[in-house]
Design a binder for this molecule. Structure first.
Ligand code: SF4
Ligand code: SF4
Length: 116
């Protein structure tokens, strides 16, 4: 069974372009939606994303919707803890495909790390 983990040198989920996430209002609360939109910067990237290091500049204080935690995923998406790995892997793969491509180094590294 594949186990989700975040890999270094990715950051695909920090590409927030709302045009690519049309269902945002289905899982974000109104104030979260406001926060989300306020974070969208140049080229659709989060203003807190450091493109050189590919890391979050506010990691310990990142919003709830940036966190892969079972309680949050249950609340936001109705995903039970035992489904979390598969669901989060799917989310990452979709995001990585959209940002870097299906055959990118990022996808390869992610698949290797999670055992997909
Ligand atoms: S898309 Fe997934 S692997 Fe890539 S930075 Fe986001 S959580 Fe980590
Ligand atoms: S706040 Fe941090 S983790 Fe969340 S999208 Fe922005 S850079 Fe990524």
């Amino acid at each position: 069974m594949a186990t989700w983990q975040c890999v270094k040198q990715c950051g695909a989920c920090c590409h927030l372009d709302p045009a690519e996430r049309p269902d945002l209002d289905e899982y974000l609360l109104p104030d979260e939606m406001e926060l989300y939109l306020s974070m969208v910067g140049e080229g659709g990237w989060c203003i807190n994303f450091d493109k050189d290091s590919r890391e979050c500049r506010i990691y310990p204080d990142r919003p709830r919707f940036c966190r892969v935690e079972s309680e949050i995923f249950l609340d936001m998406y109705g995903i039970e803890p035992e489904e979390l790995d598969d669901f989060a892997i799917d989310c990452c793969r979709q995001q990585i495909e959209g940002v870097y491509g299906d055959r990118s180094l990022e996808m390869l590294r992610f698949d290797q790390a999670v055992g997909f």
